[in-house]
Write a protein that binds this ligand. Structure first.
Ligand code: PGA
Ligand code: ZN
Length: 407
């Protein structure tokens, strides 16, 4: 066993996958060191902690430097002590050091603790935290972004993401079938004389509207499903807060009031056999989510992302109001692993599925692969192609191999 008492923390400014700035945090003990790189977002929920207040990465780094001494001597195995210190020095909502530095310190500390024990991060998080909640480690299914719109793209599709997830057994097979569907869609766009550009997550930027894109995705999912003898499920992340203005959901060619939008989304679930729907309603409309869930029943996973922002009290409100049956998990929405674990616990206790997710402006860090396994998450939402997305897919596949060896 190696020493896990924190002797130094360094924060470096690095680039995210779109050339914006974010941070890498390096945590050291006398014996070992670990690092964590933290992603940025585009369609940021209003209730998230702010990654870098005023967008000023340098100021956050300098502010953290003045508080660094408070962490020296804490044993990284004491995750709660690390995270409580982050909260006490970080300012309201991490407004002083920034949510991304908090997340980086929290995750790098967990990685240091795992390393000191000679464990994989997923094994450590499961053994130390989630096993006691009755959660079993599990290999998630890859949920990937096939066609992009909304704030992630520059086109007329209002839905932010049309998603696919192959369901054929092994993780890598599912990931490669998703990639095959992505490739097939590119071929079809080319033969239709359409744009073959991709958006910030590597999803196709087709130039078509919402309905045409859904039809195209459905047809590709059916054909590639047949070719590969597998089922490919369809889903959508509406990120609906982005196009909810003055009480109406405003698409490029239609607009709906709240009840009308519940009906519209329910119609899409039915017509396109959607098995996953994320943020179909505005981020504060728990009632709208609940109406949709009541209609769709068990046929579809209704998931809160901006609705919850990985915040325990918001998830508790959703549970009370029967708003969703799934919770999206992004550590840097809340800033610490401990607070994320509280969300996992309450979700699990109340029968809500969890989905660990990337952000739109990623890094090559693959810690979300480990968290998805340790949290027993049904899906890992991390794109289909692109190095920063594939690094997570390959890591889940590596974990699946280790787990099949241990049985
Ligand atoms: P974001 O997008 O990282 O830009 O928030 C991802 C999502 O909405 O799921
Ligand atoms: Zn989302």
């Amino acid at each position: 066993m190696k020493n896990s008492e924190i002797s130094e923390i360094r924060v470096r400014k690095i680039m995210d996958s779109r050339g914006g700035f974010t941070v890498e945090v390096i945590v050291e003990s006398e014996d070992i060191s670990s690092n964590a790189m933290v992603a940025n977002s585009t369609s940021t929920g209003s209730h998230e902690v702010c990654a870098f207040p005023n967008g000023d990465v340098d100021a956050c780094i300098s502010n953290f430097e003045t508080k660094k001494k408070d962490f020296i001597g804490i044993d990284a195995i004491e995750q709660k002590a690390v995270d409580d210190t982050l909260k006490s020095v970080g300012g309201e909502g991490f407004g002083f050091i920034g949510g991304n530095i908090a997340t980086g310190v929290s995750i790098a500390a967990a990685k240091l603790a795992a390393k000191s024990l000679g464990m994989e991060l997923y094994e450590y998080v499961h053994a130390k935290f989630t096993k006691q909640y009755g959660i079993r480690k599990s290999i998630p299914r890859p949920l990937g972004n096939l066609i992009g719109g909304g704030a992630h793209s520059n086109n007329k599709m209002s839905i932010q993401e049309i998603l696919i997830s192959a369901d054929s057994g092994k993780f890598m097979k599912n990931a490669t079938i998703n990639a095959q569907a992505h490739k097939e869609l590119g071929k079809r766009l080319k033969s239709m004389g359409m744009s073959t550009g991709v958006n910030i997550e590597g999803a196709w930027n087709t130039g078509l509207g919402d309905m045409e894109n859904l039809k195209l995705a459905k047809s590709v999912a059916m054909d590639v499903g047949k070719e590969t003898s597998s089922r490919i499920e369809l889903g959508a992340d509406f990120a609906a807060s982005e196009f909810f203005k003055d009480g109406r959901y405003r698409y490029s060619d239609a607009s709906f009031d709240v009840n009308g939008h519940v009906e519209f989304v329910y119609g899409l679930i039915r017509d396109f056999s959607l098995s996953y729907v994320e943020d179909p309603m505005n981020e504060d409309d728990f009632g709208g989510f609940a109406s949709l869930l009541k209609k769709s029943g068990k046929s579809c996973m209704i998931v809160g992302d901006d609705l919850y922002t990985t915040n325990k009290s918001r998830v508790e409100e959703g549970i009370k109001k029967l708003a969703t049956n799934g919770v999206l998990i992004k550590v840097n929405q809340i800033g610490t692993l401990s607070d994320t674990l509280d969300v996992i616990k309450v979700s699990h206790e109340n029968g809500l599925a969890t989905i660990v997710s990337h952000r739109s402006r990623e890094t090559t860090d693959n810690f979300i692969a480990h968290l998805a396994v340790a949290f027993g998450s049904k899906f890992i939402k991390t794109g289909i192609v692109g190095g920063e997305r594939v690094s997570k897919l390959n890591e889940v596949a590596r974990i699946e191999e280790i787990e099949s060896l241990v049985g």
